[in-house]
Design a protein around this ligand. Structure first.
Ligand SMILES: [Zn+2]
Length: 381
C-alpha cells in the first residue's frame, strides 16, 4: 500500500517527491498507521521495490490490500496517481469505499463524477472482477480497468498485430464513444499505454488488431481515443486477415474429410472446389463476423452451401432459414443471425452469383469492407 496516516493524522501518499534517504530518516521519528484499521504500519524502503507501507502481521484489513501488491502494481499505481494529479483532478489513492468494502487503486473525480480506476496486473478470476464491478454499480460508479500490458504486446512496436486475446483480457475490451472498441493496457516499466483497437476476428481467440503506444506523459484525461486507421494500417490489417485466411485454407486440406473439419471439406467437395481456390467473396470480414468462433471462410462457405441446398438466392432468405443454419454453431444466436444477414446483404450488393464458385470476381473485398467499417466507426455525428 502507498498510503498511511501519521501520528498527527496527516495522510501520507508515497510518490516520487520523497527521496529514499528522506523516507529512511522519516520513519525513525514517525509512526505510520493504516488509514483503515488504524494498526501500525511498517514503511519499507528497499532497493528493489518502490517504497511502500505494510501491515505488521496478517490482519483482516490486510486482505483488502493483499491482491496485486507486486512491485509492478505499486509502481503503476503511483504513476497513474501522478498522471491524474498533473491534470489537476481530485484523485484519491487506495480509498476505502465503506459501503461496498472495496478499495479501488484510485478514485478520480472528473466533471463531478467519481470514477474508480483499477490497474490489474495479475490474472484473477473474472467472477472477482464482476463482483467488484457490481459493487461500483451499487454506488453508481463506472470503473475503468487498465490491465498490465501482456509481454507479447509490450515487446513490439508494430502498428498492427495478429494476436491471441485470452478470455481474461477479452473481458476488459470496452467501447468508447459508442463505436470504437479498445483494450487499454499500461506498462509501468516503459511508462507507456498500449491500446489495442480495430480488432478483426480471425479464428478462435485470434484477432488482427491495431496497436498504438502512448507515453504516459502524452496521455490525456479523459483518456485519449485512437484515431482512425490510416490507409497503411488498413492495408496491413488486410494483409493479416488474408494471410490467416490462406493459412486456414491450406491447413484444412491436410485434414481427414471425416475429421473435425468434415462439414467444411464436404461442402467444398459437393461444390467441386478446392479449399484453396475459394472465390474471394467467401471469407470476408463483414460486420459482426466475430459472432462465430470459426474463420469467416468456414461459416460463410457453409452458409452459401445451405443457400444452394434450398435453391435460394441471397434475397430470398427468411428468418427460419437463418435460424436453422445457426443451430449448427456454438455462440450467441442473435449476434450470429445479424452476422449472417450482413453477409448475405454483402452478396446481394456485390451481385454475386453463389451458383458460380469458379467465376472470377476482381476487387479487394477485404480492404474495402475494413475501410468501410472503420469509416463508420470514426464518423462524426
Ligand atoms: Zn489496515
Amino acid at each position: 500500500m502507498l498510503t498511511a496516516r501519521t501520528t498527527g493524522g496527516e495522510l501520507v501518499i508515497l510518490t516520487k517527491q520523497y527521496s529514499l534517504e528522506h523516507l529512511r530518516k522519516w520513519r525513525e521519528d514517525e509512526t505510520f498507521y493504516c488509514p483503515q484499521c488504524k494498526e501500525k504500519l511498517i514503511l519499507k524502503v528497499g532497493d528493489v521495490m518502490i517504497p511502500h507501507f505494510a501491515h505488521r502481521q496478517q490482519t483482516n484489513c490486510r486482505d483488502s490490500f493483499s491482491e496485486g501488491e507486486s512491485p509492478t502494481h505499486l509502481l503503476g499505481k503511483t504513476q497513474l496517481y501522478e498522471l491524474f494529479s498533473r491534470h489537476a483532478l481530485n484523485v484519491n489513492l487506495e480509498p476505502f469505499l465503506v459501503d461496498v468494502r472495496q478499495r479501488p487503486d484510485l478514485l478520480v473525480t472528473w466533471q463531478d463524477t467519481a470514477v474508480p480506476i483499477e490497474f490489474q496486473c495479475s490474472v484473477i478470476p473474472l467472477s472477482l472482477v464482476q463482483q467488484r464491478n457490481a459493487g461500483y454499480h451499487m454506488l453508481n460508479m463506472l470503473p475503468i480497468w487498465i490491465v498490465l500490458t501482456p509481454q507479447t504486446i509490450h515487446a513490439t512496436s508494430a502498428a498492427t498485430l495478429s494476436i491471441r486475446i485470452s478470455q481474461f483480457h477479452h473481458f476488459f475490451i470496452r467501447q468508447i464513444n459508442d463505436r470504437i472498441t479498445i483494450l487499454l493496457t499500461y506498462h509501468p516499466l516503459s511508462e507507456q499505454f498500449h491500446y489495442l483497437s480495430h480488432m478483426i476476428h480471425l479464428h478462435g481467440s485470434t484477432y488482427a488488431v491495431r496497436h498504438l503506444i502512448l507515453r504516459i506523459d502524452k496521455q490525456t484525461v479523459p483518456f485519449a481515443t485512437p484515431a482512425a486507421p490510416n490507409p497503411t494500417d488498413i492495408e496491413e490489417l488486410t494483409r493479416h486477415y488474408q494471410s490467416a485466411r490462406r493459412k486456414y485454407l491450406r491447413s484444412v486440406i491436410g485434414y481427414n474429410p471425416l475429421g473435425i473439419h468434415n462439414r467444411f471439406l464436404r461442402a467444398c467437395y459437393e461444390m467441386r472446389i478446392q479449399p484453396i481456390q475459394l472465390p474471394s467473396w467467401v471469407g470476408v470480414p463483414t460486420a459482426g463476423q466475430e459472432a462465430f468462433k470459426q474463420p469467416d471462410c468456414e461459416w460463410q462457405l457453409l452458409l452459401v452451401a445451405a443457400m444452394r441446398e434450398t435453391r435460394k438466392m441471397p434475397n430470398q432468405l427468411n428468418s427460419s432459414f437463418f435460424r436453422t443454419f445457426i443451430k449448427r454453431f456454438e455462440g450467441e444466436t442473435e449476434d450470429q443471425l445479424k452476422a449472417c444477414r450482413v453477409y448475405t446483404d454483402f452478396l446481394r450488393q456485390e451481385r454475386i452469383d453463389i451458383y458460380r464458385m469458379d467465376k472470377f470476381i476482381g476487387g479487394n473485398f477485404v480492404q474495402e469492407i475494413l475501410a468501410g467499417r472503420f469509416l463508420a466507426m470514426h464518423a462524426k455525428n
